[in-house]
Design a protein around this ligand. Structure first.
Ligand code: CP3
Length: 343
């Protein structure tokens, strides 16, 4: 069955479109009252592990705003969980890993699981979501980049610097590379299983790639993202989002990925220049700009589309939506794209 609104898939393939497609990173989130209602009743990983809840949460923003793509409600940290590393989600704190990896022994204890067993609940959530979506729009599956997963696995929690993760890589590169390879092998199997279960595209989130220097980025992050792209590109459209990774756009453009995410610190002109002008770009509205009045948001979105150009472009935020965004402001963002007329 083909997808009724395939704007998003066409943009990823670089085809000419009437208007660019739009979705928002973290669009199933705490700014939605219907999300908060479910969140009051079930803890985070229960929401992830229960297909009826994960699929319902996934379609909530679609029902309200009609984005051109849905992204499965889940988390990048289900991967380390499946690899035998305990991950908790603490309310008002975020991810907490009580036993972080910090030496060779810790790396040896990390397993490469059978994703079809350990992460079967994700595949069930995909199937349930596809039913709810009824082939109206595509469904995006995702994973964290191996480097971004290592950041949490070694640091044990969020951080402004991920200093412990970097220290581990720079003082024990042999163990760090073994860990990155185990995460990569798991991620490849996981994303392939997601494609088989029905997702129409996959996005790799390298949320903390921008913590690394351009040289270290190649060694500890991009090398492994490239393995994932090589393994997936024949069977899926792959989007790579590296926050703060403008310096890598040139290499990413040659990687075989279908599209590249851009954050708001890189202008459209610079992103097009650095990526060579031929690959689809996705982004890059400052999430905090959704706090401006709706009329201002609409004007800025129209301007952003004019700067990126309507083709080879997917409208998105430059990172996840913030919990304090008013509902009408999120609506203004989506509506501005749907109302877009070429100038
Ligand atoms: O985009 C979507 O709507 C799908 C859902 C999604 C979640 N996490 C749900 C979630 C996606 C795509 C993610 C990816 C994710 N998770 C990333 C990469 C993207 C990014 O934002 O950089 C990262 C780094 C994580 C790890 C993570 N999960 C953190 C740091 C936190 C706490 C911070 C926060 O926003 O609270 C989470 C928790 C989390 N994952 C929430 C949601 C909706 C909020 C907690 C809750 O709902 O109880």
């Amino acid at each position: 069955m083909s997808i009724k609104n395939d704007l998003f898939l066409r943009a990823l393939k670089g085809e000419t479109v009437e208007r660019p497609p739009v979705w928002m990173m973290r669009q199933a989130g705490r700014y939605l009252p219907e999300f908060m209602a479910i969140r009051e009743k079930y803890d985070f990983f229960t929401r992830c592990r229960t297909p009826e809840l994960a699929s319902e949460i996934t379609v909530q923003p679609i029902r309200r705003y009609g984005m051109d793509a849905a992204i499965l409600f889940s988390d990048i940290l289900v991967i380390p969980q499946a690899m035998n590393i305990e991950v908790q989600m603490k309310p008002n704190f975020g991810p907490y890993l009580p036993n972080p990896v910090h030496d060779q022994k810790g790396v040896d204890e990390v397993i490469v699981p059978d994703v079809n067993v350990e992460l079967d609940y994700v595949m069930q959530a995909i199937k349930a979501t596809k039913e709810l979506l009824n082939n109206d729009i595509p469904l995006i599956g995702f994973a964290g980049s191996p480097w971004t997963i290592l950041c949490y696995v070694v640091q044990g929690q969020g951080s402004k610097t991920f200093d412990k993760a970097k220290e581990f890589c720079f003082t024990n590169p042999v163990a760090a590379h073994q860990l990155l390879q185990k995460i990569t092998d798991t991620t490849i199997a996981y994303l392939k299983a997601k494609v088989k279960a029905g997702v129409n595209a996959v996005q790799v989130f390298d949320s903390w790639g921008g913590m690394l220097s351009p040289v270290d980025y190649q060694e500890f992050s991009f090398k492994y993202i490239q393995q994932i792209i090589d393994a997936l590109k024949e069977e899926a459209l792959v989007i790579v989002f590296g926050k703060g990774c403008w310096f890598a756009l040139g290499d990413m453009a040659k990687s075989g990925a279908s599209a590249l995410g851009v954050d708001w610190t890189c202008s459209a002109r610079n992103a097009r220049y650095l990526s060579g002008g031929n690959i689809t770009l996705q982004g890059n509205f400052d999430p905090a700009r959704l706090l401006s009045p709706p009329a201002v948001i609409k004007k800025m979105v129209t301007q952003m589309i004019n700067e990126f150009g309507k083709d080879k472009y997917v409208v998105n935020l430059g990172h996840g939506i913030l919990p304090n965004v008013p509902l009408d402001n999120a609506k203004a963002f989506i509506d501005a794209v749907k109302e877009y007329q070429q100038h």
